[in-house]
Design a protein around this ligand. Structure first.
Ligand SMILES: C[S@@+](CC[C@H](N)C(=O)[O-])C[C@H]1O[C@@H](n2cnc3c(N)ncnc32)[C@H](O)[C@@H]1O
Length: 314
């Protein structure tokens, strides 16, 4: 596994400490430790119970195979998590008779290990480097770490967009793509209908999702009795979102967040913007894609109306 400087323990501590100081935690703050990674996997499992039915991902895997006829494929998975989605994609490509290699990238070494093991278990797939990096700051230097193979690159970025506060991750994506390469990414959608955003807020307010988000505080030595949580809709155009489920924690008494060598004084009444799940519409995902100068191949929606998966070509 390669550790890019953006993913060194020291750098992540600096980034998370800066997040506590300015009151906005970056998404990566929730996946740093093995404990957080395991808790996130429990959330991912409960997501399937809450949003059953056909997933949009399967349709996109099929489209990807159809758009790579007879050519070797190099999947480059950004924010791959445990790699379960890329495993399904790679199996699909292999079934279509394609020659497949895969490179994995994520901020979390423990998730990268899981993802690597999943791909290794697939016959006839070349598993290349795993790269620990921050996709929001690694920029063009990511391209230097990735093997140059003939054929078509398929860049995936599933589940990352909902937590972003800037478009900078897309610069890394752009630096990896050559003409004709494919980019598949997913967004969380705002399902149609009254009360949907409130239903989504309820999911993050309780159970495994809440327990997972609380770990960023307990890991910094702040107990849950010192916090008051609120989960509410927010409306923002950040990363082309049409709405956001916004999770904030108010500090009830003066306390200190300890992150590595950093000790950040938090004052009673201060609010930490802890987590966000940006929500999109088909139009806003298409607008995002257009801003990147890519051509839409397809946009698939899950039965639940909660997931949208986009496939595009450079
Ligand atoms: C919601 S999970 C999605 C995981 C997986 N792609 C999936 O769809 O199941 C978000 C993933 O992005 C990773 N991540 C979040 N912020 C990141 C960043 N700035 N750089 C690299 N990875 C990041 C997390 O470690 C996590 O694995």
């Amino acid at each position: 596994m390669i550790e890019h400087p953006t993913a060194s323990a020291r750098q992540l501590q600096d980034v998370v400490a800066a997040g506590f100081s300015r009151g906005v935690l970056p998404s990566l703050a929730h996946y740093r430790t093995p404990e957080q990674s395991a808790a996130w996997r429990a959330v991912a499992t409960s997501f399937f119970d809450r949003a059953p039915g056909r997933s949009a991902f399967d349709d996109v895997y099929t489209e990807i195979a159809e758009n790579c006829p007879g050519t070797p494929v190099h999947v480059i998975a950004l924010g791959c998590g445990d790699g379960s989605k890329e495993e399904a994609l790679v199996r699909n490509l292999c079934l279509a008779g394609l020659d497949v290699a895969i490179t994995l990238a994520d901020i979390s070494p423990s998730l990268l290990e899981l993802a690597g093991a999943r791909q290794e278990a697939i016959e006839n797939v070349r598993v290349l480097t795993s790269i620990a990096c921050d996709v929001t700051t690694v920029g063009g230097s990511l391209a230097d770490l990735i093997e140059y193979l003939p054929g078509r690159r398929v860049i995936t970025m599933f589940g990352v967009l909902p937590g972003l506060t800037t478009m900078s991750a897309f610069e890394s994506v752009a630096s990896l793509m050559r003409d004709g390469d494919l980019f598949a990414f997913s967004g969380n959608m705002l399902p149609n209908g009254a009360g949907e955003i409130e239903r989504l807020c309820d999911f993050y307010a309780t159970g495994s999702a809440h327990d997972w988000m609380a770990l960023v505080f307990s890991g910094a030595g702040i107990d849950t009795e010192s916090l008051s949580w609120s989960v509410a809709p927010a409306y923002t155009s950040e990363v082309f979102a049409v709405a956001t489920v916004s999770v904030k924690a108010e500090v009830l008494r003066d306390c200190v967040a300890n992150v590595g060598d950093h000790a950040i004084q938090l004052e009673a009444g201060q609010t930490i913007d802890t987590f966000r799940s940006h929500r999109h519409s088909s139009e806003s995902l298409t607008d995002l894609l257009e801003s990147l100068g890519m051509k839409l191949i397809c946009l698939q929606l899950s039965d639940s109306g909660e997931e949208g998966v986009v496939l595009a070509r450079k």
